[in-house]
Write a protein that binds this ligand. Structure first.
Ligand SMILES: *Cc1c(COP(=O)(O)O)cnc(C)c1O
Length: 384
């Protein structure tokens, strides 16, 4: 892209209904947000348990700032690894039932770390087609052969594994797919990993805090194996920021020594580790929030199934309403916005062409009247 090409490229994005604009939020994250001076009921965040603005987390972060100051100041390997971060790593590992854990500044960085520290030329990664962009970038950056299989297609994955001559193999999946809300068959995937001497890497960005009584997808499915590598982000249900990778102690030690996205970056502000520790305690005690969330999911799923749009097979807080065309999806989102409902339209390239959708993201803090408003507005739009 040359400087003089930028205006036309931007116009082209607008013409194809693919130009992205950021809404400027003027309130804390939550089910009610203020945008441009107007309040909306939001179905847009991944703050599934409503913890992002929880007073206990806010206080933990404030106390952390008093105790530790603001900046991390250095990479973990130089002088930026704080005792409170060490403590958070131990608590995270124990919480998800793994021997060790390593904190990262973001899920994006964690995904880059795993794939490029375990795989090199001559190795292969086997990735679900619906994997998150950060996982795909990670696979491309590593020099390994990048094999993609159709979504949740175990037979195709097995064929690819069987014919592969790669030395080191890694299967990369999400526990809950971020734009469809459906889940990976983790037990069967682990069985394939065992059979073909591969790692199984599970990105649990949307399961942590929600599935397995909050302990995530491995707890939900009762899985444990030295071949399993677990990653969860801490900016979604946990309500804070960052991510962690969890697995065997040798694996974590190897990452500390080889993961460039771990080594060549400044550590998270240490006060965030105080918020993460507080968040873990809240997540462990959030059965009531998870029960309310399950009720909301049921209400929305059964409500949506009566409309002309197609809905996915999701039992998670991510409920897609597949519209098809970009323009139609944007028009429906705009109509809901007029009614005070903030629901993002998701377009290609985030999802496949022809599957533009509204992505409804539910929170334990949504009230029955929020859900009724949403359903009746969609119903009116569907009828017209
Ligand atoms: C959000 C997300 C990430 C990235 O995590 P960040 O902490 O936001 O960088 C990775 N994987 C999946 C599946 C996600 O949804």
């Amino acid at each position: 892209m040359r400087l003089q090409d930028l205006p036309a490229a931007l116009l082209d994005l607008s013409a194809t209904h693919c130009r992205r604009q950021r809404a400027v939020i003027d309130s804390p994250q939550g089910v009610e947000v203020v945008v441009d001076g107007r309040s909306y009921v939001s179905f847009a965040s991944n703050d599934y348990l409503g913890l992002a603005d929880h007073p206990v987390l806010v206080r933990a972060a404030q106390q952390g700032l008093e105790r530790w100051g603001v900046g991390g100041g250095s990479s973990h390997l130089l002088a930026g690894h704080f005792s409170v971060q060490q403590q958070a790593e131990e608590a995270l590992a124990e919480f998800v039932g793994q021997p060790a854990a390593l904190l990262f500044g973001s899920g994006y960085a964690a995904n880059l770390a795993i794939v490029s520290s375990l795989l090199d030329r001559g190795d292969a990664v086997f990735a679900d087609r619906l994997n998150h962009a950060s996982l795909n970038d990670a696979c491309r950056l590593s020099r390994a052969e990048f094999k993609r299989f159709h979504h949740n297609d175990l037979a195709q994955l097995e064929r690819l594994l069987a014919e592969s001559k790669a030395r080191s193999k890694l299967i990369a999946v999400e526990s809950v797919y971020s734009m469809d809300g459906d889940e990976a068959p983790l037990s069967a995937l682990l069985a394939l990993a065992e059979r073909y001497d591969a790692w199984l890497y599970v990105d649990d960005a949307h399961g942590f805090g929600v599935l397995g009584d909050g302990r995530g997808a491995l707890a939900e499915h009762g899985l444990s194996s030295p071949r399993l590598i677990y990653m969860a982000t801490l900016g979604k249900a946990a309500g804070v920021a960052g991510a962690f990778i969890s697995g065997g102690t040798d694996l974590v030690e190897w990452l500390i020594n080889s993961a460039r996205s771990y080594i060549y970056t400044t550590s998270q502000p240490p006060a965030l580790a105080c918020a993460i520790l507080a968040s873990l305690r809240l997540i462990a005690e959030a059965d009531e929030r998870r029960a309310r969330l399950r009720e909301s999911i049921e209400t929305v799923k059964s409500g949506l199934s009566e409309f002309k749009y197609s809905v996915g097979a999701s039992r998670t807080p991510i409920q897609p309403l597949i519209i098809g065309g970009e323009e139609q999806a944007l028009a429906l989102a705009a109509r809901l916005r007029d009614q005070g409902l903030w629901v993002p339209a998701i377009r290609p390239p985030t999802v496949a062409a022809g599957t533009a959708r509204l992505r409804l993201s539910l929170s334990a803090m949504h009230q029955p009247e929020h859900l009724q408003r949403l359903l009746s507005c969609i119903q009116r739009a569907a009828a017209s």
